[in-house]
Design a protein around this ligand. Structure first.
Ligand SMILES: [Zn+2]
Length: 875
């Protein structure tokens, strides 16, 4: 805690201190500074660390710096947020380097492609700030780093960084989240900054500034690319091929500072040279912090396993990707539990220190970083990670498979397309395939994303099992499975042959698949996300549709249950023309029908076909609801399926007029207390009158209690516990006498009988479908779902409802990832998707969130069954 007094001076007594600090000395280090480069204070009115710089002030300062030093900067807009805010990065280097920037970039692209350098390249250090919008100090540190590199005079290190390297500063990766934090901070602050962590200015309302507009954690989105902020960022990084990428965050205010090397487990696809470079950068940071007497830690908490973080994803491209974390003042001043005060300025200064130390480490070793990167990419390109091909079959979940190929291509991965019918590796592909060669520069990213499993290191696992045997929590930070083929519901095979085909890009449109001839109507088989999107968009335009819960065949062609038919007899010709246009826009699959006659199964006039109308969908919003779950569910419905959603605050649900809606979604959370009895009564009444309630994860408990539960399931305790017996002993004044004879008996005696199952970090599990329920249409062969957390529910009794999807038998349960053995045994056969009638309506329960991070698009049809189809079936 150096300079605490100075920091408080800045914050609390800013007015009295004015004049003590030289106006130009705003860089957090001593020295002289070029007066031609504007200070933050001269531009926006406050000195660094004294206020939380808002997004608008950040833009103003970036522009002022660029205007003052055009020969040493480039400012590039790379994305626009959902709420319309621009995202920029700032390039900094010497005038000579900026003058030949295009040649440098072109040579970096050469190296990244595995080709020899022409000598023009310089290493790029990419510094990214504020991906979590409430981790505030990082953006101000970004501005100070830029100021220092442009204005410091006589600082040999800054001069070397500008001469030997290119620095790219991405100062604000989540402007919507930062704006939300700053607005709340300003709205709740008073005459002086409050150090009390309970003060409203430190305590954000729902949703927090951590997440973006759709409440996504942007530091989990790197390979899913669901959000515009991520898509733009990944394209920008791919165009510069940085050798070092740092993502600067904040953690709890009682913590100090964290930099690399990261904690175990490491993803096995990291190279030995990368692990050595983490050590080099770590030591450079340590030297800079030691010089200031500032405490820090490494190798704990923040791991490098999940490839969707900013650090690991970039490491999978060959960069040295790191996470840095600063204890957060979550405002201007924060009282720590040990009695010391952390100021905003302290945090800004630490991130500034780490930024310069990291850029300095690259400037001290420019050739080493460039050579390491070149060798990494070239070795992969020539087959270091294998010479086979991942083949993605286009006849299974075609639209999702095509969409997966585009997401991979957007990450700089070569994806080749072959139209069908075609054979490869002794298998026939009637609709063709996408081929992803193993021999390519991003081979390790390819392997991590497309392999079915990425194993955890054995010694790490052994240590976790030891901890669990002592009732200590495990140390896994995130999910253990992310195989993108499984998550898309696609079929991916690794084949030992070389790939061929035409390369696709991230923007290549998905071609429609119109089939058949005839003017009776158009059938849309219920087979993938594109089909569901087409149906939702058509219903929004008032095109009449019917849906069947039974399969049928016509002219030798099989139509699965769930197929939607748009009859020409109910739609004017303009509507049918509009439908054809939508098929092309979406890239969907449609079959024109010549009559209503079928070979087998129900005819269009059968009662198996019901009229499908656009449902009015409300989602429970605000306190008591998980912002991540609510945001992901709304995103999947609105942006992927095209279905608008009305959020209603949980506090209002008791007095809301739910008769205006067909579906009420209650995402994960613990809404019972906020809803109160009145809210729960209103929801029960909504269902009795014909509404569809869709509850997710922990929220199921809100509707599964009491004498007449809306969903008659119970949450299970951990295996081997006896929660009822424990209740009894609590009531008695004296405990029953007992001898403890062995160590095992002692362990048993202190066991928490109420304990929940050990928490699952996240694995992909197989579920099996009950084929006689419309909710499983599209999933005759089961599905792969993500299970996380502690919730395991008892199955619904056959007398009250149906377990539409249940977890597979213990031997078939795990599709990918690591599952504690007792969880595997306990989860088998337990419900994943449940349905129970209630009055005229229906209660649908998901034991785990199917929309998590929007990355299981293979479950989109399931969500569509519950939200888009169920209201028409209930009616
Ligand atoms: Zn963070």
């Amino acid at each position: 805690m150096q300079n605490t007094l100075w920091g408080q001076c800045l914050v609390v007594l800013a007015a009295l201190c004015a004049g003590v600090q030289p106006v130009q000395a705003q860089s957090f280090v001593d020295g002289s500074f070029d007066p031609a480069v504007p200070t933050l204070e001269a531009t926006v009115g406050h000195a660094p660390g004294t206020r939380i710089t808002s997004p608008d002030e950040t833009y103003a300062y970036l522009k002022a710096l660029t205007a003052a030093a055009p020969e040493r900067t480039r400012m590039v807009q790379y994305a626009t947020s959902w709420e319309g805010r621009p995202l920029y990065y700032l390039i900094l280097s010497s005038p000579a380097n900026i003058a030949r920037l295009d040649a440098i970039r072109a040579d970096l692209a050469n190296i990244a492609a595995g080709r020899a350098s022409n000598g023009a390249a310089l290493p790029v250090t990419w510094l990214a700030y504020g991906v979590h919008g409430n981790e505030i100090s990082s953006t101000d540190a970004a501005l100070m780093t830029a100021y220092h590199l442009l204005s410091a005079q006589g600082d040999a290190r800054a001069a070397k960084i500008m001469a030997e390297t290119i620095v790219v500063i991405d100062p604000m990766q989540n402007p919507d989240g930062r704006a939300r934090f700053v607005n709340n901070f300003l709205a709740s602050s008073g005459i002086a900054p409050a150090a009390d962590r309970q003060a409203a200015e430190h305590d954000e309302p729902w949703p927090s500034g951590r997440v973006n507009h759709y409440m996504f954690d942007l530091n989990r989105d790197w390979f899913t690319l669901s959000q515009p902020e991520t898509r733009g960022k990944v394209a920008a990084i791919r165009s510069w091929n940085p050798v070092v990428v740092v993502d600067l965050h904040e953690m709890g205010g009682d913590e100090t500072y964290f930099f690399s090397p990261a904690a175990q487990p490491f993803n096995p696809n990291l190279s030995a040279a990368q692990i050595r470079a983490y050590e080099l950068i770590g030591r450079a940071n340590a030297a800079a912090f030691d010089a200031r007497g500032e405490p820090y830690f490494t190798r704990e908490v923040y791991d490098l396993f999940y490839p969707g973080y900013g650090d690991t994803w970039n490491a999978h491209q060959g960069a040295i990707g790191s996470t840095y974390e600063q204890g957060s003042a979550r405002g201007l001043v924060f009282e720590r539990r040990d009695g010391t005060r952390l100021t905003y300025a302290d945090g800004v200064r630490n991130h500034f220190t780490a930024s310069l130390a990291t850029a300095g480490a690259v400037a001290d070793n420019p050739q080493r970083f460039l050579t390491d990167f070149a060798q990494y990419r070239a070795a992969n390109a020539s087959g270091a990670a294998g010479r086979g091909t991942y083949v993605i079959d286009l006849s299974k979940r075609r639209w999702n498979a095509e969409s997966l190929g585009r997401r991979l291509a957007a990450q700089g991965i070569t994806v080749l397309r072959r139209d069908g019918p075609v054979s490869a590796c002794a298998k026939s592909y009637p609709l063709g395939f996408l081929a992803v060669p193993q021999a390519q520069p991003a081979a390790r990213l390819v392997k991590s994303l497309l392999d079915r499993d990425t194993p955890l290191p054995a010694d790490f696992l052994a240590e976790q099992e030891r901890r669990r045997s002592q009732d200590l929590p495990h140390e896994l930070y995130d999910v253990t499975a992310w195989s993108v083929g499984l998550m898309a519901g696609a079929e991916v095979t690794l084949c030992n042959a070389a790939a061929s085909g035409e390369a696709i890009t991230g923007d290549t449109p998905i071609a429609a698949r119109p089939e058949g001839a005839g003017a009776f109507g158009v059938a849309v088989p219920w087979s993938d996300s594109g089909q569901a999107r087409l149906v939702a968009l058509a219903l929004r335009e008032g095109i009449e549709a019917r849906v069947t819960d039974k399969a049928f065949t016509k002219d030798g062609r099989a139509f699965p249950r769930g197929t939607v038919v748009f009859p020409a007899g109910s739609n004017r010709p303009e509507k049918m023309a509009r439908l054809a246009a939508l098929v092309r826009e979406v890239g969907a699959h449609s079959v024109a029908l010549d009559s209503g006659w079928v070979d087998s199964g129900p005819n269009l006039g059968s009662e198996s076909f019901v009229r499908l109308t656009l449902p009015r969908v409300a989602i429970a919003w605000d306190d008591g609801i998980s912002q991540l779950s609510a945001g992901a569910m709304r995103y999947v419905l609105e942006r992927r399926l095209g279905l608008p959603v009305t959020p209603i605050r949980t506090q209002r649900l008791a007095r809301a007029d739910l008769a205006d809606y067909d579906v009420l979604l209650v995402p994960e959370g613990e809404p019972a207390a906020v809803l109160g009895e009145a809210g729960q009564r209103a929801i029960r009444e909504f269902v009795r009158r014909g509404g569809v309630l869709v509850a997710v994860g922990d929220s199921l408990e809100t509707f599964s209690g009491g004498d007449a539960p809306m969903l008659a399931v119970k949450r299970e305790a951990a295996l081997g516990r006896e929660p009822a017996a424990d209740e009894k002993s609590k009531d008695a004044d004296l405990a029953e006498a007992a001898e403890i004879a062995t160590d095992a008996d002692y362990r048993e005696a202190i066991k928490d009988q109420q304990a929940l199952p050990d928490t699952l970090p996240g694995a992909l599990l197989n579920v099996v479908a009950e084929r006689d329920h419309f909710l499983s249409a599209g999933y005759d062969d089961g599905a792969v779902v993500l299970a996380t957390g502690t919730q395991i529910f008892t199955p619904l009794g056959r007398d009250v409802g149906m377990n539409v999807l249940r977890f597979a038998a213990p031997g078939n349960l795990i599709a990918s990832g690591y599952v504690w053995d007792e969880n595997r045994r306990q989860l088998a056969y337990k419900p994943y998707l449940m349905a129970q009638q209630q009055g005229r309506g229906l209660v649908i329960g998901f034991a785990h969130d199917p929309s998590t991070r929007a990355y299981l698009d293979g479950l989109d049809l399931l969500i569509a069954n519950a939200v888009l189809i169920a209201p028409s079936r209930v009616r």
